[in-house]
Write a new protein. Structure first.
Length: 390
């Protein structure tokens, strides 16, 4: 039991999408917030994100849905294209259907743009860079972060938002087993003009407003727009027989190696991908859900709690849900922060674990030939974290 007359102090380890969502939501509720980021400067390396309606509802609750929509396009249609001959397997209009069915839109965004928007919601001085966490521990009145430079940060609550290789999670629960899935992925961002320049080789007209999936027996390739449609994001996943398993998705790769992995795929798709100036790859690993997210006044959110395979494109979305939910429960539980953290875990762990396991199941289905219909996502997209119980 705790009773704090002043504004509670919450210290977050990690200034990623989930951590900044939590910081913004906590600040809006009057908490004293500080964020400790090991990188030397604030900013997210470039990559595309799919922002489903459940993620957009978090931005709505933070009051920035309109600002987000100014840089994050809504794909006009979802196309499914056969990998070799370019046959259109499915065509689904997106904007009207998403809004009507789920109460919010579906966007694609550059991670750096979303990151900047969330950072703008916290006061200057909230985020501390060059601040790497060495360890965390509970105290009689809260918790403390020990930084690698010797500093210590005391707070009423400490939150591990430090990603898939979370130091906070290791302090609480030790090392976790990670299984290499034998799938590697590449990421490319191109000027949208590159797609237009390849138009003659494409099997169907594409103007860049589409969410396009090229689906094959050994992998899939996604095209979708970023940054007001000025950029094209490419995500390419491929089954690999080797044991390469580097999990850092900012590892540079040879463009020729990527193209060889898709030999025999439609030449139009390869034409677009060959226009890349740089490409990054990483190996996908899988982990079992954590049953507990915290101990005492230390808790987790986002990839630190539930690292997900990318097959449902829900990693950022569920992290944002966590951040907003944490602020909600701490706000309504100011008089008993211990109970508030337990309420947060009870609400979030089952949903996050279910999404995590469905991402695993969808990954397995994607390996089948032909793949079965996608698993249902209505329960994911229809969720609204702003309607949590008091």
């Amino acid at each position: 039991m705790s009773s704090i007359s002043r504004a509670p102090r919450v210290a977050l380890v990690g200034a990623g999408i989930g951590g900044l969502t939590a910081a913004a939501a906590l600040h809006q509720r009057g908490f004293e917030v500080s964020v400790y980021e090991r990188a030397s400067h604030l900013g997210e390396v470039g990559a595309g994100l799919q922002m489903a309606p459940n993620a957009v509802k978090v931005l709505r609750a933070l009051g920035v849905e309109e600002a987000f929509g100014r840089f994050a396009p809504e794909p006009s249609v979802r196309l499914s294209i056969k990998w070799d001959d370019g046959t259109v397997r499915d065509r689904v209009p997106l904007p009207a259907a998403m809004r009507a069915q789920y109460g919010a839109s579906y966007h694609t965004a550059h991670r750096a743009d979303l990151h900047s928007l969330l950072a703008s919601l916290v006061p200057e001085g909230t985020i501390h860079t060059d601040a790497e966490c060495a360890s965390v521990e509970n105290t009689k009145s809260g918790a403390v972060i020990s930084l690698t430079d010797g500093r210590q940060v005391e707070a009423d609550v400490v939150v591990g938002a430090d990603g898939i290789h979370s130091r906070v999670a290791r302090c609480l629960f030790g090392e976790r087993e990670a299984r290499f899935t034998h799938q590697i992925c590449w990421r490319i961002i191109l000027p949208m003009q590159a797609l237009r320049d390849a138009s003659a080789s494409l099997p169907v007209p594409l103007d860049g407003s589409e969410y396009t999936g090229w689906l094959g027996p050994t992998g899939h390739v996604l095209f979708y727009p970023l940054r007001k449609g000025e950029l094209l994001n490419i995500f390419a996943g491929r089954v690999a027989k080797d044991d390469w398993a580097e999990e850092n998705w900012a590892v540079p790769s040879r463009i020729d190696d990527m193209l060889k992995a898709y030999a025999g795929w439609h030449p139009g798709m390869l034409d677009v991908m060959s226009r890349a100036q740089e490409v990054y790859k990483w190996g996908i690993r899988d982990r079992d859900p954590l049953q507990e997210w915290g101990r005492g006044r230390i808790t987790l959110l986002g990839d630190a709690a539930h690292p997900m395979m990318p097959t449902l494109a829900q990693g950022a979305a569920v992290s944002m849900e966590d951040g907003y939910a944490l602020a909600h429960f701490l706000d309504y539980g100011r008089g008993d922060l211990d109970s508030a953290l337990l309420a947060y875990q009870r609400e979030r762990q089952p949903r996050a674990a279910k999404v995590q396991l469905q991402a695993r199941d969808q990954f397995r289905n994607n390996q089948l030939t032909p793949p079965p219909p996608p698993l249902p996502v209505d329960w994911i997209y229809g969720y609204d974290v702003a309607k949590l119980p008091v």
